[in-house]
Every structure is written in structure tokens, then in C-alpha cells.
Design a protein around this ligand. Sequence first.
Ligand code: MG
Length: 365
Amino acid sequence: MKIQSTALGLLKAPLRIPFKTALRTVTELEEITVQLVDNDGFVGWGSVVPTPAITGDTQECIRADLTAILALLRRAQIEDVWNWKSILPEGQTFSRSAQCAIDVALHDIAARKANQPLWKWLGGYHWIVMNTNMTISVDTPAVMAQRALEAARAGFKSLKVKVGLNAELDKSRVLAIRNAIGEKISLRLDANQGWTEAEASALIPWFAEMCGPIDFIEQPVRADALAAMSRLTRHSPIPIVADESAMTLEQAKKVLQEGAAHALSIKLIKAGGVAEARAILDLAFAEKIPCLMSCMFEVGAGLQAAAHLASMHPAVHWVDLDSAEFLSQLPYQGGVKFTGPEIRCSDGPGLDVNLSGSLSRIAVL
Ligand SMILES: [Mg+2]
């Protein structure tokens, strides 16, 4: 494959409801998009939402890295999409966020050239229709309970509840949600590193006893506190998921070696693209470790690719790809169908999405 032309754009959309976690608040979605066109005229789309609070990669560094990688791509011959990173000069580091956007676009082109949807190009389906949870952002217990009730009425069977800002208040938040929605809907608690080990040790058994079915507790303590994660994992009555502790394949291996989680959260941007995320899923499958397919706060090509990977990989047990639900309308046409809790990948070639509307905003970059 020879890349003939490249372009960057900006995908923007206001949120219907603000997205709040222990780490940040988002009111407008803003993604950088990448368009690649190869010498046969096939177009591939990638995207990345700068999330420095989690990845450390700022918009400026991602833009600079993308510009540099795109220049390299235009001079290279890509023989093997899985191994395109061999064109990156040794000794020079590029943010995983930027690499992810390029990686998704190259996978999109490869699948389009094969005239297959990405899920099929990756090896076939595991789920035709997936069910995502809906995320309930951090807020007062009453507001969170109200949002949970709305999500339950919209048909969501599991809710991902953001906690971790205040341990005592977290009890009231989760209890208020449980009281509002009853016992039929499972909860997934994400502390985003917000608790101390002592807080987590006290809270987790309390949640298990008082708050009905809980699928897992995600990243209860700091990402680098693997010893604490291991102790919590040994004693927790609820499965522990490593998210910020397991960004890359190397980190995922370390988490599993140290018994620092029962399960892993997978995000393309954390891993650096489809190939690396798949490598983590393959490792998890071999080790019988269930995975959550998740995303940053994004709706573009990156979210689409995550849905395709989730739909084909048997290590994916839970799906957390709900960003589209926070928008009144997606800022593009085609691609994955998000209908409340249901996610259905397209049967069209590649990601089957067209983000060319975002290129009109290229001047903003
Ligand atoms: Mg998380």
C-alpha cells in the first residue's frame, strides 16, 4: 500500500449531557481526524480525542506527531498493515494517541481494499449485536439516580457509574442509583484511581453487600499502585478491572503477572491502535482473563474501530462504547449503528464511515 495523500480535520459536537469523572469534565466533543488516501484511491479514516488527563498526550503533541508521521507515511511503502510502525525512526518516540489514529486509518484502508467490513477482515464475528452499558457521570446522588433511571427506561441493562471523587459520598451515589433502578440492572463502578487502598478495602465489600449486582470495580486506586491492586484483587468479592494500570501490552502483562486485576479494560488510544489492542485481547484470551472494550470520550473512527474489534474478539465480555449516547446527533453519516444500548457494526467495507465533514474544519488545526 502506498499512501498518496493525507489530511487532518476536526470533528466537533456539543454534548447533550456533560461527561464528568473523578479526573475531568467534558462539555463538547472534539476529535482530530486523519484521512489517508492510497494510490488506488481507497480512503481510510482515523481519529483521536486528546485525553491528557489519562494518556498524558496533549493536543499540541498529538498534532505535531501526526504531522511528522503523515510525512513519513507519504514516503513509505506499507507492505504489512500490522507492522506499519516499522517506518517510524528508531530512537524517536511518538504519542500512542497519534499512532492510534494512523493505525485505525490504515486498518480502514486495508479492509476496504479487501472489500470486507473491518470486523470480518480482523477474523469474523463473535457478537453480531453488542450491548453497551451507559455511563453515569459523577454528580450529586439525586442527579445520578435520575440519569440512571432515564438510562434504564431507554433500555440499558447495565450502567457504568463514575465514582472516586469522595469515598463517603460514593456510597450515597451508588445506593441512590440502586434504589432508583431496582435489582435487574447491573452496575459497573469506575473509580478512575480516586480511592486510597484503605478506602477501597472498606468500600468494595460494602458495595457488594448493599448495592445489588455489580459486574466489576474499575481502577479503584492509582495506576502505579500495583501492589495495592493485587491485595484488593485477592480479597475483593467483586471483580477488579485494571484500566489506567494497563495502558499498553507490556503493562497488561505486568498486571496479569502480579495478579493486580481479575479483568482488563481495553482502549485503542491507550494501546496505540488496533494491532496492539488486539495483542492485549489475545493475551487475555490465552490467560482466560475477561476484558471490557472501552473507549475515550469519542465518536469518530476510533470508536468505530473499537466496536469492530469488540464484535470479533472472544476475550471481550463487556462493552463500554456509549459516547454516542451523550450526543443528540452524530456529526457524520454511516458506520456503526448505535441504538440505545445496541451496537451493530456495518457490513460495508472497512469502517464504512465518511468523516469528510470534519475536514472543513481543518483551518482550526
Ligand atoms: Mg476507566
